[in-house]
Design a protein around this ligand. Structure first.
Ligand code: LLP
Length: 417
């Protein structure tokens, strides 16, 4: 469910016509729907409202400051993976006391920043990281809350680049080493082991891998509790899938109804880290067709957006629906929708049927709210797109289009002779 749809044959974001937005802000343009964001947040929140749960929106999916601010106002916590993300959360008005910090490579500087900011906990991914956090905390004369991220070794049935809970992945602590590590960790006086954590992958459309992983990790917690440890939180990560094409992901309510019973009698607080579930269908990428080009075997639609704005099709062969902004009744034609970048991998869609498209027409790439703008780059010295957020019939520019000056702002011409 989202709030992008046709009204009088014109694609709208909530109550605003996309043609108007493209005219005013130019293309390529990311357009977000406020209502889609808040409704998805509320759906997951209410599905878990009958047990103590903290929803920590995963900042990596879309870290625009307004996006974060909207969620902070909804009471969301945040899942971060870098000092930069922590900076954004604080700047956007997020509460550091609701921040959980994962990632395999936290630097000393980032750990200091996290401790100083008073985050809820660090989700630790290795023994050496645990030692490092303990040392930093000691120097700062603090005791820091940590969770141990356990790699449960389960198959998440998604693209292999975004599977994270298998033995061969770099994430988390091997499940067989976890119990020993917990015992050892007691030696560290400046860390307080408060949580166990997992994140098994992304764009997961079935509940079964979660049930498997949670059941495995639950056994560890039960064992630990017998030794007198006090595990307060179980962070089950993110990964809930969304609809790009014909997927049938579980709804928040279905997910909750299978997950909650697993925690019966456990006296534990739950943490969830949804990213794509909240942001995926909250955004589209609007582009203009620059040229129609007949190739040897293909019809190319060359647009003014490409892999520098949305890399998912190139990187994961990901499918994104493409819609004409203005409905036309022309007959369907087979196209490759591509960008202007000098790479054959620069495409948005291959072999896609669209009603015949003319130069100057606007297209909307759907489900671009997650892992879109955040993975963009300046490749080919292209300026990053503008971003707007729509609420009802109000439009807010939430990131300006980059300028030529922005492109070179950090470069220096060294005086080399
Ligand atoms: N928590 C942790 C520790 C994560 O690593 C991630 C995502 C999430 C939560 C949020 O996952 P989500 O709910 O959004 O699935 N660039 C890829 C996705 C990479 C996901 C990385 N980790 C893509 O475009 O599909």
């Amino acid at each position: 469910m989202d709030y992008f749809g046709y009204k009088n044959n014109v694609l709208c974001a909530e109550d605003v016509d996309i043609n108007t937005l493209a005219k005013k802000y130019g293309t390529p343009l990311y357009v977000y729907s406020h209502r889609t964001i808040t409704e998805h947040f509320r759906k997951i929140k209410s599905a878990f409202s009958d047990m103590p749960t903290l929803i920590c929106y995963s900042v990596k999916a879309n870290s625009n400051l307004t996006f974060l601010n909207v969620l902070a106002k909804e009471g969301s916590g945040f899942d971060i993976v870098s000092g930069g993300e922590l900076y954004r959360v604080i700047k956007a008005g997020g509460d550091p006391k609701k921040v959980v910090y994962a990632g395999v490579g936290k630097t000393e500087e980032e750990i200091v920043y996290g401790i100083k900011s008073g985050i809820l906990l660090f989700n630790v991914e290795s023994v050496n990281e645990l030692k490092q956090i303990n040392n930093v905390a000691k120097k700062m004369k603090k005791t820091v809350n940590v969770g141990l991220r356990i790699n449960p070794d389960v198959e998440a049935a998604t693209h292999h680049y975004i599977t994270t809970g298998k033995k061969e992945n770099k994430f988390g602590i091997d499940i067989e080493l976890a119990t020993t590590l917990f015992t050892e960790a007691r030696k560290f006086k400046h860390v307080n082991i408060k949580a166990v954590d997992m994140h098994i992958g992304s764009q997961i459309t079935t509940i079964e891998p979660y049930v498997k992983a949670i059941s495995k990790i639950k056994k560890i917690i039960e064992g630990l509790n017998e030794t007198g440890a006090k595990i307060e939180y179980f962070d089950i990560g993110g990964g809930l899938g969304v609809i790009y094409d014909e997927e049938k992901p579980s709804t928040a309510a279905m997910f909750a109804s299978e997950i909650k019973p697993l925690f019966k009698g456990m006296n534990i607080k739950l943490i969830l880290e949804p990213g794509r579930f909240i942001s995926g269908n909250s955004g589209i990428l609007v582009a203009k067709v620059i040229y129609n080009k007949k190739g040897g075997t293909k019809n190319f639609l060359i647009t003014d957006t490409g892999m520098n704005d949305l890399i998912r099709p190139s990187l994961y062969q990901a499918y994104h629906k493409i819609l004409p902004v203005n409905v036309n009744k022309a007959k369907l034609k087979l196209y490759d929708v591509v960008g202007p970048i000098c790479e054959s991998g620069d495409f948005l869609a291959k072999d896609r049927h669209l009603p015949e498209v003319k130069e100057g027409d606007l297209l909307a790439v759907r489900t671009a709210g997650a892992y879109g703008m955040v993975m963009s780059s300046n490749y080919n010295s292209r300026r990053r797109a503008a971003e707007v957020m729509v609420k009802g019939n109000n439009v807010f520019l939430v990131r300006e289009r980059e300028t030529m000056e922005d492109l070179t702002a950090k470069d220096k011409i060294a005086d080399i002779r």
